[in-house]
Design a protein. Structure first.
Length: 170
């Protein structure tokens, strides 16, 4: 299990995370972003007829690409020592999770498509191939389950202290 310390904003204390994963974009996207900066910067520079200030296009396009890739990859999935699951900006106590199951890459399209309940809560990142299904048992919450992208589903389920229901079937 991953273990990180972070500051709890509400209480001002340091807690140890039982699981902590940031859903960053793949590294090759940054290289592709650099190519886009070069192509778009050059096109903008040509359209401005090579004016001396036209080189400003490169840092402007670079800043936009960096901001886009950073914002796409800033979602964090974590389980803190207070037994709360944080999925990006949402959180629930682990006590309301009845079951957990790994959704492999081969079943992801079905889980996100025809089998998806419109009331489900999603933290989905297309570049992360596996997910975890978390079935809730909370009469006060109309959300039947959470689907959360993670690269380490077994570690997340273990941090929640639940058995993997998908492993029981296989």
């Amino acid at each position: 299990m991953a273990s990180d310390s972070s500051t709890n904003a509400q209480h001002g204390t340091t807690v140890t995370d039982l699981f902590n994963e940031r859903l960053r974009v793949p590294h090759w996207w940054w290289a592709f972003g650099a190519v886009i900066v070069g192509v778009f910067g050059y096109e903008i520079q040509l359209s401005l007829r090579k004016a001396p200030w036209s080189v400003v296009a490169y840092p402007v396009v670079a800043a936009l690409i960096v901001w886009m890739l950073w914002s796409l990859g800033r979602a964090r999935i974590r389980v803190d020592s207070d037994h709360e699951l944080w999925a990006h900006r949402a959180h629930i106590p682990v006590s309301v999770i009845a079951r957990a199951a790994t959704i492999p890459a081969s079943a992801k399209s079905a889980a996100m498509g025809r089998q998806l309940d419109p009331a489900a809560f999603l933290v989905h990142r297309a570049w992360v191939k596996t997910m975890v299904l978390l079935v809730l048992d909370d009469p006060d919450d109309p959300t039947p389950y959470w689907l959360v992208s993670t690269r380490r589903p077994a570690e997340l389920i273990a941090a929640l202290g639940l058995p993997d229901a998908a492993a029981d079937i296989a």
